[in-house]
Write a protein that binds this ligand. Structure first.
Ligand code: ZN
Length: 342
């Protein structure tokens, strides 16, 4: 199978914003097919792969990562231009002069219009332009735009995968397809291992719309334990050390009400035994990940949160160290290999 870096690249380039994940889901179903005993897509669009240990009534571990990305939805056409609203959260200051793809019947490339600085008023120079006042230029006439684009069409920001010196990768959608790639590699690693429990893989949808896919996904699977894999904030010059984690320093393991004690402790022990670098990420409230709804699914699911630091989160240039993703893969693989859930 492909190496982690190639897999990350393949997954990140797929355009699949929240609520419109089909293209990513199909690719992931194809990848997970040979690694699980059963693969299906549920009514929400979550892709689920179940690997059974063979023992009847065995406990279930769920591995979760979301596959939607931030993007936008076309709200109206304005002459030959396209107005849009956000899918997911991002800073409107990032938008002018961005390259985008509108996912009409055939994908259409476009740019978010911006004013030349010469034409900006003093007031406009001082503040960000609100998203409702931005528009996309597809290069089409008014008639062509009307014919090809309908309100409700989704779209994504372009952000080609590339590498920086020192082992960093840059792409749109590293949040959270970096983790989806990690979990696919975990499923590959455990393919021929004797298991003491069932392992379920879930590529969840609509996380960026408010962790909406994971809840019904977990309800259907009825897991006993869960590891939610997501990205966290990496240290950058303009952040505080207390809220961020150094890229290249390994994974983070969440601690707080959203992180069930036994499984979290067991992951830390596994990291210590296997020499996997990790930081404790203190989470006083919601982790802001799929772990939040999964933990309270049905009668409750013992849930842990493993995260990979990413710089410039929710931008088209999300940046992560591949070595941290490799450590996440090693940690979850070793945890499963260890055979003890908590
Ligand atoms: Zn996110």
């Amino acid at each position: 199978m492909t190496d982690l870096k190639t897999l990350v690249k393949e997954l990140c380039r797929i355009p699949a914003p929240s609520g419109f994940e089909r293209a990513a889901a199909e690719k992931i179903a194809e990848l997970i097919g040979p690694l699980a005993d059963e693969v299906y897509t549920d009514a929400m669009g979550n892709v689920i792969g179940i690997k059974r240990c063979g023992a009847p009534g065995a406990p279930r571990l769920l591995l979760d990562a979301h596959i939607d990305e931030i993007g936008f939805i076309v709200t109206e056409l304005c002459g030959g231009f396209v107005k849009f609203a956000p899918l997911g959260k991002y800073d409107p200051r990032l938008l002018p002069a961005r390259e985008v793809t509108v996912l009409a019947d055939k994908p259409l490339y476009g740019v978010v219009a911006c004013l030349p600085p010469h034409l900006l008023s003093e007031d406009e120079k001082e503040r960000a332009i609100e998203i409702k006042n931005l528009y996309i230029d597809l290069g089409l006439s008014e008639e062509e735009t009307k014919k090809l684009v309908k309100p409700g069409a989704p779209g994504v920001f372009e952000g080609e995968f590339f590498e920086l010196s020192g082992g960093s990768v840059v792409s749109k959608a590293l949040d959270d397809r970096l983790c989806a790639a990690v979990l696919i590699k975990v499923m590959e690693n455990i393919k021929d291992l004797p298991l003491k429990f069932d392992v379920c893989f879930m590529a969840s949808v609509q996380e960026e719309a408010g962790t909406r896919g994971a809840a019904p996904g977990a309800f259907g699977l009825e897991p006993d334990f869960c590891i939610a894999a997501d990205v966290t904030f990496a240290l950058q010059p303009d952040t505080s050390k207390a809220e961020t984690f150094k890229a290249g320093g390994g994974v983070t393991i969440g601690v707080g009400p959203n992180a069930s004690r036994g499984i979290t402790q067991r992951l830390m022990e596994t990291a210590a035994i296997s020499g996997i670098p990790y930081s404790v990420e203190v989470m006083p409230g919601s982790s802001g990940t799929d772990a939040w709804p999964i933990q309270v699914s049905r009668l409750g699911v013992a849930t842990a949160i493993v995260s990979i630091p990413v710089k410039y989160m929710h931008s088209p240039v999300e940046t992560a160290r591949l070595s941290d993703a490799e450590e996440a893969c090693r940690l979850i693989t070793e945890y499963i290999r260890g055979g003890r859930l908590a």
